[in-house]
Design a protein around this ligand. Structure first.
Ligand code: CA
Length: 305
């Protein structure tokens, strides 16, 4: 893929830089920003409904601790899987916060405890996106992530099977169907391809240094990888030039697409601006697509390059 090939913009948990992550409002806003895909993290409820939420527990993005105070486990956490869909619908979703300090993780984002947001199912979100595709004439895709399959298995649930059946029912079956399925667990993603016989476009999420050496193995079942961008951009050398790992080159050699996470305008690290981070990531490192909390800024940046 050349440097000028079209880059892919994935709304990370929706337009989560502006509205509480994974709320329907954040998804509608991201949709209107003309991204390529909206992301859904998936965790099962007690009654096997796939819920769109980032963590397997609830207390960092909802009011569960005040609404159901006696439902925490011994580790002080409230698990999605211990609640029915009807119970989860009673919770209010808020901007991500630290349950101990009660402070927002990103203090300049949507204010805590303002307005009303709710959890929703994967089906509800697919119907939102497919409905908007009908009413706008656009064709924006979905990008579900199977969260912690081993945890689900230990709780007696096969999350991948349940999610694949729903995707199938909504018309997402093939690599060309505008759906990308992602998972951090290589065993599970391999199982999705080989045992569950999925023909969807699959992204192997990665987070470890050693993963750079596993590209050929990943290419046997996946279509791409999803690394943390710091696995690619390693910092600056003594002359002030950015230094890169061989991850993107090795991935491309194995025909793997690279969608890196997470590009945030309010978490720049050693970059002087969000534009610099995007320039270095997309055009110097040649990443094919980015997960971002600020989809409008990335769409705008790409349109000018
Ligand atoms: Ca995710």
């Amino acid at each position: 893929m050349s440097n000028k090939a079209k880059k892919t913009v994935i709304a990370h948990r929706g337009a989560s830089g502006y509205l509480p992550e994974h709320s329907i409002a954040a998804k509608a806003m991201a949709y209107a920003m003309n991204v390529n895909y909206l992301e859904q993290d998936i965790v099962l409820s007690k009654d096997n409904v796939p819920i769109v939420i980032h963590d397997i527990h609830l207390e960092t993005v909802t009011d569960v601790a005040t609404r159901f105070p006696d439902r925490k486990r011994d580790d002080e956490m409230y698990y999605v899987i211990d609640f029915t869909f009807d119970e989860l619908k009673q919770l209010n979703v808020v901007e991500r916060f630290n349950p101990e300090t009660k402070k927002a993780v990103y203090p300049n984002r949507f204010p805590l405890n303002k307005s009303t947001f709710k959890l929703h199912s994967l089906q509800e979100e697919i119907e939102l996106i497919q409905g908007l595709n009908t009413s706008t004439g656009k064709n924006i895709g979905i990008y579900p992530e199977i969260k912690e399959p081993e945890f689900h298995q230990n709780e007696g649930k096969d999350i991948s099977n349940i999610v694949l059946e729903i995707l199938n029912n909504y018309g997402y079956k093939l690599k060309t169907d505008n759906c990308i399925l992602q998972c951090f667990d290589p065993k599970e993603l391999k199982r999705i391809r080989q045992k569950l016989k999925s023909d969807l476009f699959l992204i192997q999420l990665i987070e470890f240094e050693d993963d750079e050496k596993r590209m050929q193995e990943f290419s046997e079942y996946a279509d791409g990888i999803g690394p943390w961008y710091k696995q690619i951009i390693k910092g600056k050398d003594n002359n002030g030039n950015w230094v890169f790992s061989n991850l993107v080159i090795n991935a491309h050699k194995n025909n793997l697409t690279v969608h890196a996470y997470t590009f945030r305008a309010d978490q720049l690290g050693e970059f002087k601006s969000f534009e610099e981070l995007l320039q270095v990531g997309l055009y110097q490192a040649n990443i094919d697509g980015v997960f971002t909390d600020f989809p409008d800024k990335v769409v705008d940046f790409i349109s000018k390059n």
